[in-house]
Design a protein around this ligand. Sequence first.
Ligand code: Z5A
Length: 229
Amino acid sequence: MAGCFITFEGGEGAGKSTQIERLKQRLGELAQPALVTREPGGSPHAEEIRAFILGGHAKHLGTFAEALLFAAARIDHLDKTIVPALKRGTHVLCDRFADSTWAYQGSAGNIDKALIDQLERVTLRGIKPDLTFILDLPAETGLARARERQVGRGESADRFEGEAASFHHSLRQAFLAIARNEPKRCVVINADQEPDEVEAAIWAALREKLPQLTQNRLSDNALRPLDVA
Ligand code: Z5A
């Protein structure tokens, strides 16, 4: 595809949305258009499924049924938003994707890995992120950030933020395990530092993994790899 697909993963309050906006801005300055999207959600029907799951309405159906709902949302998101953008040469910056199903429903949620694997295969149909940033920080730090933001906005905890501390600890380990298993695709970023430092670490990793994105798209050198892709 002509665009690059980049996902951001990690526990609650890791700073994904903050860094995605910063990266979009930097890419825009280099005439590298990027679409920001999120999971669950990112297309009208997937956003309806998001509201249902995060509102806690699917919890009584059990963790595997929730995994199915995340997959249903992902199919619509891929078909309506992600694949069309990549085909027209727009990069996609996605806040969470399939690794979140592995971590939340598979590892922390104790759903059989083989089932999650099969679900992922039929859902993704071969589409994988080109690069995944795993924003890593202690679960307590991320939860404290998320709570502070909720208090500021007068919101309450969603379906997953209300889980026990042990759930959030195992999530962190699950994301780190994904990164160990797929070192070519995944880069672990220390998210327990100032936003400017996190941004610099992300940019340095992007320069190494997808250097064509860190060049001005309108310059001769940058045009060649994208035209070939
Ligand atoms: N889920 C799942 O179970 N299975 C799946 O397959 C998928 C998802 C796809 C989506 O919720 C939920 O769905 C999620 C997993 C589950 N669990 N929960 N909850 P969401 O999209 O509403 O929430 P989230 O993905 O966890 O994002 P978040 O809590 O909004 O966090 P964030 O985007 O990573 O962080 P942020 O909004 O950029 O920053 C949070 C706050 O910290 C904010 O006030 C910032 O100003 C501040 N911040 C950001 N960076 C820093 C630094 N570096 N230092 C200090 N403060 C910072």
